[in-house]
Design a protein around this ligand. Structure first.
Ligand code: HEM
Length: 409
């Protein structure tokens, strides 16, 4: 695919090509460069946009915060954010549930990544950030990838508005870093505090502009993708009442009257299968890319330097030889099965695999289990979800309208 002003894209759904991309030399296959059009406002120093040694260094600093065993400490924040949202569902009325999923994921990210609880500071930052994300990821924002579109014609021009919002967000972030340093980070479990303590091999801390870029990336990459995926999970459950009931029966059995917590996550096997099957059929990021720095032979084809090779998650997940009856929603195919990382890749793979994969999977399990244990959701007659691009992820159209009722008993 050729788009003026951008490197040519070569899409592939061939698992052999996917394998070669994941196992290939990251210095020849630049993910950071391919990601750059995604969002200038996250900053050039974000690990999403770096390659080579700089990427390896920053990823190493971030990794411990996203290790599987750290997830247990985030479970309470995840459940209580979900509880708060569920208590606000307008029972008996039609409402769009995707915005509620965004509220939950944003709240969770603010608490676990920033360590900011719900207070005036959090809501100011939240409003500014959401405004900034909208500005950058709306229709005008897509054009900001082209430098010619970045014209500051005052606060009402798209770029002028973005710049002003960005300055306000930056001021709050830098003030928060200074405040946290002055206050000390002892005993804090959030990711910002962890990064403030991190030192490189020369004993130097991360500088504020790098920290700012990483924080914005985690906020955006972390909340939009997970919220959109949860909306698709709910959509699949609505269209398959048999699956909804089986998942609910599992949840109620495992919880046995207790609120969902870290101790339950490992036992929710069917719910995990439902989540995976939804990510197979409704991947919110349909493809990712690697910019070729040298000519390469991939899956037997010669490709020139300068192109972006883009494994297409959506198409790989629909290949009939990998997934028999690929269009059927059948969570059972994930029960007791470990799919190949070259056939199931909702989080990408190789040295660039999504940093937040365990975090997102864990959060989705806790939140959906909490919803299933508290409310019954019914579809709105006649509604059929269409994928619409919302920011960096595809989400169901109209925010996914539903009707909720309290669960009997
Ligand atoms: C269901 C939710 C999510 C999905 C589907 C998703 C998907 C992806 C994909 C496809 C990539 C590109 C991987 C590649 O190029 O091979 C990626 C990268 C990334 N994701 Fe996620 N993501 C999700 C949630 C999160 C969360 C919760 C966070 C953090 C809190 C996060 C942080 C990142 C970062 C930092 C990268 C860049 C990694 C690197 O380049 O080293 N993501 N994600």
């Amino acid at each position: 695919m050729r788009v003026p002003g951008v490197s040519p894209f070569i899409f592939t759904s061939d698992p052999t090509a996917v394998r070669e991309v994941f196992l290939g030399d990251p210095d020849s296959l630049h993910a950071g460069e391919a990601n750059r059009p995604l969002g200038a406002f996250m900053g050039e120093k974000s690990s999403l946009f770096l390659d080579g040694a700089a990427h390896r260094y920053q990823r190493r600093l971030l990794l411990p915060a996203f290790h599987g065993e750290r997830m247990r400490s985030y479970a309470d924040a995840m459940r209580s954010s979900a509880d708060r949202a569920i208590a606000g569902f307008p029972i008996g009325q039609r409402f769009a549930i995707h915005p509620w999923m965004r509220t939950i994921t944003f709240d969770v990210i603010m608490r676990t990544v920033f360590g900011i609880e719900q207070d005036a500071r959090a809501s100011e930052l939240r409003d500014l950030l959401l405004g900034l994300f909208e500005t950058y990821t709306g229709r005008a924002g897509t054009l900001f990838a082209l430098s010619a579109m970045r014209l500051d014609l005052g606060p009402w021009s798209p770029w002028g508005r973005a710049l002003r919002l960005q300055r306000k967000v930056d001021a709050i972030l830098y003030a928060e870093f200074a405040h946290r340093r002055a206050e000390g980070v002892q005993g804090r479990e959030d990711i910002l505090s962890m990064l403030l303590q991190a030192r490189d091999e020369n004993g130097e801390p991360m500088n504020d502009s790098v920290l700012r870029d990483e924080m914005l990336t985690l906020l955006l990459a972390g909340h939009e993708t997970t919220a959109a995926t949860m909306a698709w999970i709910i959509n699949r459950l609505l269209t398959r009442p048999d699956v909804m009931e089986r998942a609910r029966a599992e949840v109620l059995g495992v919880l046995d009257g207790a609120p969902v917590g870290a101790q339950h996550a490992g036992s929710l096997k069917y719910l995990e299968a439902v989540i995976n099957e939804t990510m197979r059929l409704d991947p919110v990021i349909p493809n990712f890319g690697r910019a070729l720095k040298v000519p390469m032979r991939i899956a037997g084809r010669e490709l020139p330097a300068g192109v972006v090779l883009a494994p297409c998650i959506y198409l790989v997940h629909r290949r009939p030889e990998l997934w028999p009856e690929p269009d059927q929603f059948n969570p059972d195919r994930f029960l007791d099965a470990r799919p190949s990382p070259y056939a199931f890749l909702p989080f990408g793979g190789g040295t660039r695999r999504c940093l937040g994969a365990a975090f997102a999977s864990y959060q989705m399990k806790i939140v959906i289990a909490d919803i299933l244990s508290k409310v019954d959701l019914k579809p709105v007659p006649g509604y059929v979800a269409r994928p619409l691009r919302r920011s960096i992820a595809f989400a169901p159209s109209e925010g996914l309208p539903v009707i909720a009722s309290k669960l009997a008993g």
